[in-house]
Design a binder for this molecule. Structure first.
Ligand code: ADP
Length: 294
């Protein structure tokens, strides 16, 4: 089982002629409401990769439809608290040139409680993973509790907070970052240097560093494995990283080795970037297997 302790958002997407200007009232040309948040996206990817995934988070009591949507994707929602606060949400303006501008409100995502998290951690079995991103409250505490509870701990520190991440690295088995986050964390502007600095600072740490169209690199003090991306016509890279993380952890939880997990995850995210949107763009395991067999 993968326990994913993370954000759940409602994304409100508005197509506009241009970003709204100070003092202006602007009508949108279209409106769409979709499930979002890195946490929810990664849970959907895990479920689509056929992992058993239990999401741990919080939404507003009034937003039952979010829980239903997650369940339809195959995500277990028994550990999602229902609170009085507004659900996490994003107000997203999209312009004709495909630029976006986003207001994010954490809302219920910052209402996780220590009791809720510790109850979940008490139900862990051997071999379970705990996954976190950086869009909920109690992140540092939870990572430490998860390690103490004997889980395998994966952390995707997005959005990056270098100070917090350094503080929690001793509790983490697998750090999953993109190249910008890796360089930020290693305080360097060279990817190569980041791959040397981080294992030196943290001898126990393993890092999975995604490199966009250049694929992914897994490195630690013992290992350095690079897997190329698949060449596809990319349309929308939203949730590429979330798809990668879901498929990679699902494979690792099944007992696959790192090279296999990385290849499957690269295939899944390659398919995702050829499709528009976040959760709806994530392929099923069967689609990924067919893609790999081509
Ligand atoms: P993030 O969205 O977190 O910045 P990346 O951009 O590194 O993450 O993408 C995650 C993974 O998605 C990459 O490791 C790669 O496998 C895949 N990917 C991303 N962009 C492309 C692309 N243009 N073509 C093929 N695969 C891609």
């Amino acid at each position: 089982t993968v326990f994913n302790i993370g954000s759940i958002n409602i994304d409100h997407l508005y197509e506009v002629e241009h970003f709204v200007r100070p003092g202006e009232t602007l009508s949108s040309t279209s409106y769409q409401q979709v499930l979002g948040g890195k946490g929810a996206n990664q849970s959907v990817a895990l479920a689509k990769a056929q992992a058993e995934v239990k999401h741990v988070g919080a939404v507003c009591r009034a937003d039952q439809h979010i829980l239903q949507q997650l369940q339809e994707y195959g995500v277990n929602t028994d550990n999602i608290a229902q609170v009085e606060q507004v659900s996490g949400h994003a107000i997203i303006q999209l312009t004709p040139s495909a630029e976006n501008s986003i207001i994010l409100h954490a809302g219920a995502n910052h209402q996780l409680s220590q009791v809720q998290i510790q109850n979940v951690l008490e139900s862990l079995s051997e071999g379970d993973w705990v996954l976190l991103q950086n869009e909920t409250n109690l992140v540092a505490e939870t990572l430490e509790w998860a390690q103490q509870a004997g889980a395998k701990v994966a952390f995707n520190p997005a959005p990056m907070d270098a100070e917090l991440t350094h503080q929690v690295l001793p509790f983490i088995d697998l750090l999953i970052v993109n190249e910008v986050e890796a360089m930020d964390l290693a305080d360097t502007d060279s990817i190569e240097k980041a791959t040397q600095i981080l294992p030196k600072q943290y001898p126990e740490l393993a890092v999975m560093m995604t490199l966009g169209k250049d694929g992914v690199r897994y490195f630690s003090q013992q290992e350095d494995i690079q897997v190329a991306a698949f060449t596809v016509a990319a349309k929308d890279t939203t949730a590429a990283g979330d798809t990668f993380i879901g498929f990679c952890l699902a494979e690792l939880e099944r007992g696959s080795d790192y090279a296999t997990a990385m290849r499957t995850a690269c295939a899944a995210s390659a398919i995702a970037v050829t499709r528009m949107g976040a959760a709806p763009s994530i392929p099923s395991l069967v689609e990924v297997q067919e893609f790999l067999a081509q």
